[in-house]
Design a protein around this ligand. Structure first.
Ligand SMILES: NC(=O)c1ccc[n+]([C@@H]2O[C@H](COP(=O)([O-])OP(=O)(O)OC[C@H]3O[C@@H](n4cnc5c(N)ncnc54)[C@H](O)[C@@H]3O)[C@@H](O)[C@H]2O)c1
Length: 302
């Protein structure tokens, strides 16, 4: 798909981060939008920002619809896809972008937490793909963009739930792209692997208490340290994603960190794990030192 003018794009997780940036950049190019998020207030804000970014074409205002939903809810996703096709008369693009993060050991992981992240990060992508595919085919020019992660390329301790969902999205999307190529049905697919992107995901992530003392000093320190790896802006990430769709890329890596991780995982497909363990130990020692220093300062103040 070379340009997005007068196309219709559905975006999940549009209330924040990369979903919001995608909405604004697509609106700027004159692409009609169907936006979904579980957060009604931030979703409405994105719709306003996108409308304000839209080009002022007399007589043909940009159509932006919104739907509050949980992507893990299969019936709601199928209903939203039908509603979008009815409201916009067609659908050309779906960005299965909504996602959450979870930090926990496997040993201590609650099944409820694992089911929560699998429901959103994996099943949400499956539902978005299956619900919209018939409409994308009917449009004659469709594209599915599924967001995996750098953690769909390599694994890290404490991230098993997230890793499992993001590797699954990668597997699903790579197979999907091959099926669509065989079908020659006018629909394509791209798998997106962002590195660290400056968004709200760290602060809204679930950090299990079993991580404290194992890899982290406190839950908040875990969230704050996670954010230190966020080197790319959401706007830049959205720009790279849309460029990848224009070029019909099979996969899109975002940021030099994602490119380095990809290289490492392909060059040392097993040995990279030992390097990750070494680096994790080093970071734990640094966090412990920082916590000791903070405790000493507090002690002196008291
Ligand atoms: N930020 C990063 O560093 C990074 C790196 C790699 C991959 N990703 C992936 O990028 C995608 C976008 O994340 P982001 O960084 O922009 O995060 P974000 O937290 O800023 O935005 C995610 C949005 O998804 C929404 N959402 C969460 N659960 C939902 C649900 N069940 N149903 C509907 N909406 C839901 C949230 O309300 C939020 O608006 C996610 O899939 C994430 O896993 C992010």
């Amino acid at each position: 798909m070379k340009n997005f003018t007068d196309r219709v794009a559905a975006i999940t997780g549009a209330g924040s981060g990369m979903g919001r940036s995608l909405a604004i950049q697509l609106a700027r190019e004159g692409c009609h939008l169907a936006l979904a998020d579980r957060n009604a207030a931030s979703l409405a804000e994105t719709a306003q920002l996108a409308q304000a970014a839209a080009p002022q074409i007399v007589g043909a205002p940009l159509r932006i619809t919104t739907r509050v939903l949980d992507v893990a809810d299969r019936a709601a996703m199928f209903d939203w896809a039908a509603e979008t096709a009815a409201q916009h008369q067609r659908v050309n693009l779906v960005f299965n972008n909504a996602g959450v993060a979870l930090s926990s050991t496997i040993e201590g992981m609650d099944y409820a937490d694992l089911e929560w992240i699998v429901g959103i990060n994996f099943w949400g992508v499956v539902h978005g793909t299956k619900a919209f595919l018939p409409y994308l085919k009917a449009s004659g020019a469709g594209h599915i963009v599924n967001t995996s992660s750098v953690f769909g390329l390599f694994s890290q301790p404490g991230m098993s739930g997230y890793n499992a969902t993001k590797f699954a999205v990668r597997g699903l999307t790579e197979a999907l792209r091959q099926e669509l190529d065989l079908m020659k049905c006018g629909v394509s697919a791209t798998c997106v692997h962002p590195g660290g992107i400056r968004t709200g995901i760290a602060q809204s992530s679930r950090i299990s208490s079993n991580m404290v003392g194992f890899m982290l000093e406190t839950e908040q320190q875990g969230k704050d340290d996670f954010e230190k790896f966020f080197i790319t802006t959401a706007d830049e990430a959205a720009r790279v994603i849309l460029d990848g769709v224009r070029k019909n890329k099979r996969r899109v890596l975002i940021g030099r960190d994602a490119r380095a991780a990809d290289w490492l995982a392909r060059t040392l497909p097993a040995a990279y794990q030992a390097l990750v363990v070494m680096q994790t130990r080093r970071m734990k020692r640094i966090a412990e030192k920082r916590a000791r220093r903070a405790a000493q300062v507090d002690g002196r103040r008291a």
